[in-house]
Ligand binder design. Structure first.
Ligand code: MLT
Length: 409
C-alpha cells in the first residue's frame, strides 16, 4: 500500500484559520439571521484601487491580442515589476538589495511555507510564541518538529521564544543552538514591533552561529513610527544571514489577487549536508524554476501599478485600515480591555477576561456576532489573548465596537 508522509500526523488539529472559519460557518448555519462581522483572518475588504484596476484592464486587453499576448511569465518575475519593487522598497530607502535578489511569487504565505524545503531535515528552528502558525506547521510537515509535547505546550524539537506582554514583546535570543529563526515584524499576531537595536542581536546571533534569519515583513506598510525599520536589511550584517518575505496582500489588497516577493541575498552562503558551500539564493532559484511557472502577467502588471502610479492610492487604503485599528484600540480600552498592537500594525491583541481564548471566541460570536481569532491558536503563549483585525469595513468596525460596548449583538 502507498505510504503517506507520516510527519503530517504530528500536526496538531486543523490549520488555525480553517478551524476559525469552520466554527464560524457552523454558527452561521445554526443562526441564519445573525449578521456576523468578520475580524478573524486578516482578509481585506477594500477593493483594488483605481490605478491597479486600470492597469489590470490594460493587461487583460493585451492578453486578447496575438501581438501583445503573454504566455509563461519569467520564473522570478517580470523585470518591470522587480524594478518597481526594487526602487520603491529598497533604493528609495537606501537599502542594499539588488534587483536580481528579488523573487516575485504568488504569496508570502506560500514562500514562507516553501522556504523550509531548503533546510536540512536536522535543522532546528526557533519561532516566537505566539507565532503565525505557517512557520511551525510547515516545519512539522518537513519532519523537523518531533511530536507535539503537551507538557511543553509545543513541539519537542522546536525552540520557542516567548514574546509576550511580560517581556514587552521583545524576545530573548535562543538559549539552545538553533539553525534558523523566524521573526515577523510588525508582528502577527501581537502587532508588536522591534527597533533596529532590538533586531541587531538576532542578526549578530545568526552571523556568529551560522544560522539564518527568516524575516517576515508582510505588514511593513503599516509602520507609522519613522524610527522603526521596514526591512531587515536596514540592520548591519543582515545580508549574510537574512531572507525577507514581503506581501502585497495587506498592502495593496491582493489577498485574492496573489502577489508577493522574497529577497534572498547573494551574500547568504551556507553548507549543505555533504559540506559543499552553497548560496541559498541559488537553491531558491532552482526550486522556483522547477516547481513554479511564475505569477500571471495580468497580476504582475497590476502589482507594478501599485508600486508606481497607484502607490498613493494603496497608501490611502492602508491609512483607512489604520484608522480602523485606532477605533478598535481606543474603543476596547474605553470598554475596560487591556490591548496591545494596532499602532504600527493592523492587528490588535486583546487580553481576554477569564483567560480562555476559545471560550472568548465563542462568547464574542454568540453575544456580539463577531468573529476574531483566539490567541491559543498562535501557540501556548497566545492563550489568554485574542486577535482582532483592522481589515473590516469602517462601518462594521464601528458596529462591532458598539456591540462589544453594549454587551449584546
Ligand atoms: C492572518 O490572518 O494571520 C493572515 O491573513 C494570514 C495570512 O496572511 O496568511
Amino acid at each position: 500500500m502507498f505510504t503517506a508522509n507520516g510527519d503530517y500526523a504530528n500536526l496538531k488539529g486543523n490549520y488555525l484559520f480553517y478551524e476559525v472559519g469552520k466554527r464560524a460557518r457552523a454558527y452561521a448555519e445554526a443562526h441564519p439571521d445573525a449578521e456576523l462581522i468578520r475580524m478573524g483572518i486578516g482578509d481585506v475588504t477594500q477593493p483594488l484601487v483605481p490605478a491597479v484596476i486600470s492597469a489590470m484592464h490594460r493587461a487583460v486587453d493585451e492578453m486578447s491580442r496575438a501581438e501583445t499576448f503573454h504566455g509563461y511569465a519569467p520564473d522570478f518575475g517580470y523585470e518591470f515589476l522587480r524594478e518597481a519593487i526594487h526602487k520603491r522598497d529598497y533604493v528609495s530607502r537606501g537599502i542594499d538589495v539588488s534587483q536580481d535578489e528579488i523573487f516575485v511569487s504568488d504569496g508570502a504565505k506560500c514562500d514562507v511555507g516553501n522556504f523550509q524545503e531548503l533546510f536540512s531535515r536536522s535543522c532546528r528552528i526557533a519561532v516566537l510564541d505566539p507565532v503565525y502558525p505557517v512557520y511551525v506547521d510547515t516545519n512539522v510537515m518537513g519532519g523537523r518538529s518531533g511530536a507535539f509535547d503537551p507538557v511543553k505546550g509545543g513541539y519537542a524539537n522546536i525552540t520557542y521564544l516567548p514574546a509576550t506582554a511580560e517581556n514587552d514583546f521583545v524576545p530573548e535570543l535562543p538559549k539552545e543552538p538553533v539553525d534558523a529563526i523566524y521573526l515577523c515584524y510588525p508582528n502577527n499576531p501581537t502587532g508588536a514591533t522591534l527597533t533596529r537595536g532590538q533586531l541587531k542581536p538576532f542578526v549578530d546571533y545568526c552571523n556568529k552561529n551560522g544560522a539564518i534569519l527568516l524575516y517576515d515583513s508582510a505588514y511593513e506598510a503599516y509602520i507609522r513610527d519613522p524610527e522603526l525599520p521596514h526591512s531587515i536589511y536596514e540592520i548591519e550584517g543582515a545580508r549574510t544571514c537574512a531572507v525577507e518575505f514581503r506581501s502585497m496582500s495587506k498592502t495593496a489588497g491582493f489577498t485574492g489577487t496573489r502577489c508577493a516577493y522574497t529577497v534572498v541575498p547573494k551574500d547568504l552562503v551556507c553548507r549543505d549536508e555533504a559540506g559543499n558551500t552553497v548560496r541559498l539564493r541559488d537553491l531558491w532559484a532552482r526550486r522556483i524554476s522547477t516547481k513554479f511557472n511564475g505569477v500571471a502577467y495580468v497580476t504582475q502588471v497590476a502589482a507594478a501599478a501599485a508600486y508606481n502610479e497607484g502607490y498613493g492610492e494603496i497608501m490611502n487604503t492602508v491609512n483607512y485600515y489604520m484608522e480602523n485599528a485606532r477605533i478598535i484600540r481606543t474603543s476596547l480600552e474605553a470598554a475596560g480591555y487591556t490591548v496591545y498592537g494596532g499602532q504600527n500594525a493592523p492587528y490588535v491583541w486583546i487580553k481576554v477576561p477569564g483567560g480562555d481564548s476559545w471560550a472568548f471566541y465563542d462568547e464574542l460570536l454568540d453575544r456580539c456576532h463577531i468573529i476574531g481569532t483566539p490567541g491559543a491558536g498562535f501557540g501556548k503563549a497566545g492563550e489568554g489573548y485574542f486577535r482582532m483585525t483592522a481589515f473590516a469595513t469602517r462601518e462594521n468596525t464601528i458596529r462591532a465596537m458598539e456591540r462589544i460596548k453594549g454587551g449584546k449583538a
